[in-house]
Every structure is written in C-alpha cells, then in structure tokens.
Design a binder for this molecule. Structure first.
Ligand code: SF4
Length: 317
C-alpha cells in the first residue's frame, strides 16, 4: 500500500503477518487443523514437575482440538470444517496440545510419518517444549523438513523468572533446542506472553529484545489468560493481581513490534481462550477490535515493525 512504510505488507498492516507470508508462499488461503496426539508433558507427568505451568489449561493448550481419539479422524473432521469456510484453502496439520516431541523417535515416526505422506497437507506445525528436543529428535525432525515445510513452536513465554509459573525450563535449554533445530534448517516459532505476574512493561520489552537477537523465524505474542481449572486461576481468585489493561496491552505490543526484526513473521498478536473458561481479562474475547486498534495506533504514531530494530545483542536482559 502506498502510504504504508512497511515493506512486507500489501494492506494496512505495519507488521509481517502470517497471512501475508502464507499468501506469498502458497498463493492461497492456508488454514491450520489443530490436533491432539495425546502426548503429555514433562511438566505434568512428574519428570520435571506435576500440575503443569500455572497458566496452562487442562487440555495442554489444545482447547480447540477435536476430542476424537484417532488422529486421522481428528484431521478429517477439522479439514471438513475448514473446507466449509474455505473450499479451495490448503491445510496445515497443527499438533497443538501438550508437548508433541515428548517421546522417542520411533513413537514420533508413528505419529508424524502418515501426515508427512499425505498430499492434502501442505505443511506441518508441531508445538513442544525446548527440553523435549535433543539431537536425535532434531535430526528426525530435519528429515521431515526435507520432505514438507515444518514449523516447530517453542513456548518460551518470558526470559524472566519473577514469579513461580512452575515452568521448569531454562534459557539454556531454549537456546540449545533452537540451535539444534536451526542446524536442521527447521523454521522455529516462539510464543511469548505479556502481563505475567510481577513483570513490568520493560521486562516484556526485554523478552522481545531477546527474541530479536536470536535466529527465530516467527513469533506469537499472547496476553496472559487466566483460566478456570488452572493453578493460576485458583491463585488469582484468592489473590487477584494487576493485569495489563486493553490499552496497555496494545501499546506494549506496538513497542515490542518496533524492536523486532522486520523479517520476523508475526503469527499472532492475540490468543484464543474458550469463553466459558476465561476468568480474566475478558476484553481479550474481542480479537478483531484489538487487532484493529493495534493497526490504528501504529498509523497514529507512524511506526512499524522493526522501526527501532538493532541487530546488537542485548546486555544481560
Ligand atoms: S509446557 Fe506447555 S503443555 Fe506443558 S504444562 Fe507448560 S504450557 Fe502446558
């Protein structure tokens, strides 16, 4: 667009949207079909901890996956649903629930090979924890990436440890997994979360600066959702803590976008929470207006993704 100074956009967006990337890459609508391959997580089964991250929902962040046991049935149900909306759209299989590389390579092959072989899937996205990536697993994932576009999603959430989130994952584990995946030329998406307890806006910007200084291909930024049936939900009911307001969240996201590389694909700037489980903040339920107001603020301030990006490594963030 003529008046938009941001190069990776053909509309009013001043950041590198996932839709823009998909349109340029596939020349078509691409939708994700969320799947639950019935993994668990080292943070739930006792390998590292019990109970899971304090913010994690009972379904391991897979609240929108099908409940069918069989993965093929899940995929076919999801595909049929998406095709009703986008008859010509292309499908990406999205292994969303829990930690989808928590197992040995043989077990992973049994799950992923049938999906790699399917012609009606253009790409695969796998969400996991960095401590569930070792050299052998990264090598196997590398063999998938040679056959089909592959995205691995790592939940970092924050570089700080200002509150007990029961995450049991270190920055070293994250950096180690990132290195192993990038050695295999695998695309990496990272999740970060704004408004975690005891974090200031400056802390959230430091997490964004950390992302900017690493070899990461895509980012999802979420507002913290406090949900029913989570440890944090119970904590919040006993002792509520301050959350970012809608306006503060929008301005924090814009500040984060400014310091990120312009070539980093932004997969999300808001998250989804099931309405019946969301305790706070309820303003997150209206995603479209949040995204519109991010666009409006960027125009008003004449800013864009990468405006203040610098490739220098941050000092001791
Ligand atoms: S690592 Fe992921 S799946 Fe496991 S408890 Fe934390 S958020 Fe949930």
């Amino acid at each position: 667009m003529k008046n938009n100074p941001f190069p990776y956009s053909d509309d009013n967006k001043r950041y590198y949207t996932w839709n823009y990337y998909l349109k340029k890459t596939y020349n078509n609508k691409v939708f994700k079909v969320p799947l639950d391959a019935h993994f668990t997580c080292p943070n739930r089964d006792g390998k590292k901890a019990y109970g899971g991250c304090t913010f994690c929902s009972a379904r391991g962040s897979g609240d929108f996956t099908s409940v069918a046991d069989n993965l093929d049935a899940q995929f076919n149900d999801g595909l049929a649903m998406m095709k009703r909306k986008w008859p010509d759209g292309l499908a990406m299989a999205y292994f969303q629930a829990y930690s989808n590389t928590y197992g040995d390579v043989e077990a992973l092959k049994n799950i992923y090979e049938p999906f790699v072989a399917r012609d009606d899937i253009v790409a695969i996205s796998i969400a996991t924890r960095s401590d569930c990536i070792d050299e052998e697993i990264a090598q196997y994932l590398g063999t998938i990436a040679k056959r089909k576009p592959l995205w691995i999603e790592l939940g970092l959430q924050t570089i700080h440890s200002k509150s007990d989130l029961n995450r049991h994952e270190t920055i070293e584990e994250f950096e180690n997994a990132l290195t192993l995946l990038r050695q295999q030329n695998i695309n990496v998406t990272v999740h970060i979360m704004n408004s975690l307890p005891n974090e200031s806006v400056e802390d959230m910007l430091a997490t964004a600066r950390f992302i900017a200084s690493h070899d990461i291909q895509a980012l999802k930024i979420h507002m913290l959702h406090i949900m029913e049936q989570t440890i944090m939900g119970e904590q919040y009911k006993k002792e509520p803590f301050t959350l970012l307001t809608r306006e503060e969240y929008i301005s924090t996201v814009v500040r984060q976008l400014e310091i990120l590389p312009p070539t980093l694909i932004i997969q999300r700037l808001t998250g989804d929470a099931p309405k019946d489980l969301l305790i706070e903040p309820t303003w997150t339920l209206n995603k479209t207006t949040i995204l519109n107001d991010i666009d409006k603020l960027m125009v008003k301030e004449d800013t864009w993704q990468g405006k203040y990006y610098t490739s220098e490594k941050p000092q001791n963030d």
